[in-house]
Design a protein around this ligand. Structure first.
Ligand SMILES: Nc1nc2c(ncn2[C@@H]2O[C@H](COP(=O)(O)OP(=O)(O)OP(=O)(O)O)[C@@H](O)[C@H]2O)c(=O)[nH]1
Ligand SMILES: [Mg+2]
Length: 238
């Protein structure tokens, strides 16, 4: 074999071994992710059992940045704090703006800052609840970090999940994010006070949500005007 050919063969073998290593690394990453999710789901089940044992209802809220999660929770808190003792756990990357907003409606809040993480996980919820006297609460709400992808990886141990999108995100937002609609019990299409100006096709949004999850309840709301907040509370069965 010529020297040139020998170098080529050596280079090909080197490349093959790198490719093999890459596949091994990919498999390892997938396996680790699955393990993390399995551990998370186990903890989420334990959290849910603890809450159920005490008769505490729990709901988590997911949705894109600015869809109106906090605004809707503010309206719900305004209504329900007259009857129930409520804890709201808010997830955000850095600030405690949302907790401060919701706290003004006579409910207790806790802000979790996730730093670089794009979603809450069951461990976050566990860390909060283990330091609380759960006998103090009738209902626990969780507002996740604004994101339509990451929260689908982590159950939080709640009974129900609400997904909130708004008409300012366009009529394709549901179609583009099937996973969270499959995992939610109620889909809220918010900011309908802007419908006349934007002309978003909300019939398509409703149809898409139902096509991903025939059991999902779909409701249009305006947190700004308070439209259909009573209906949403009815859907939550509280
Ligand atoms: N016109 C209109 N504006 C709304 C409505 N709901 C929320 N907003 C506004 O939309 C902006 C974002 O609302 P938030 O409640 O902070 O949204 P969010 O989903 O909690 O946002 P993040 O927590 O940052 O992901 C604010 O300026 C709200 O006042 C609504 O029904 N109609
Ligand atoms: Mg918010």
């Amino acid at each position: 074999m010529s020297e040139k050919r020998e170098r080529e063969v050596h280079r090909i073998k080197e490349l093959e071994s790198i490719n093999l290593a890459r596949e091994e690394i990919r498999d390892l990453v997938i396996e680790t992710k699955k393990e993390v999710e399995r551990d998370n789901d186990l903890l989420a089940e334990q959290i849910n059992d603890e809450l159920n044992k005490r008769g505490i209802k729990s709901i988590d809220v997911v949705g894109a940045i600015g869809a109106g999660k906090t605004a809707i929770l503010e309206k719900i808190a305004e209504e329900l704090s007259k009857k129930y003792s409520i804890l709201v756990i808010c997830g955000d990357i850095t600030t405690r703006v949302d907790a401060d907003r919701i706290e003004q409606h006579n409910v207790e809040t806790v802000q979790i800052n996730t730093g670089r993480e794009c979603a809450l996980n069951a461990y976050h919820i566990y860390q909060i609840l283990k330091n609380k006297d759960l006998n103090n609460y009738d209902i626990i709400f969780v507002e996740n970090v604004g994101n339509l992808i990451c929260p689908s990886d982590f159950k939080l141990g709640t009974d129900k999940r609400i997904i909130i999108v708004s008409i300012t995100e366009g009529e394709w937002v549901v179609e583009k994010h099937p996973m969270l609609f499959k995992m939610s019990d109620i889909a809220v299409i918010n900011k309908i006070d802007l419908l006349e100006r934007l002309g978003t096709d909300i019939t398509k949004m409703e149809k898409d949500a139902k096509s991903f999850n025939p059991n999902i309840k779909v409701i249009t709301t305006s947190a700004k005007k308070g439209t259909n907040i009573d209906k949403l509370i009815e859907y939550l069965d509280l």
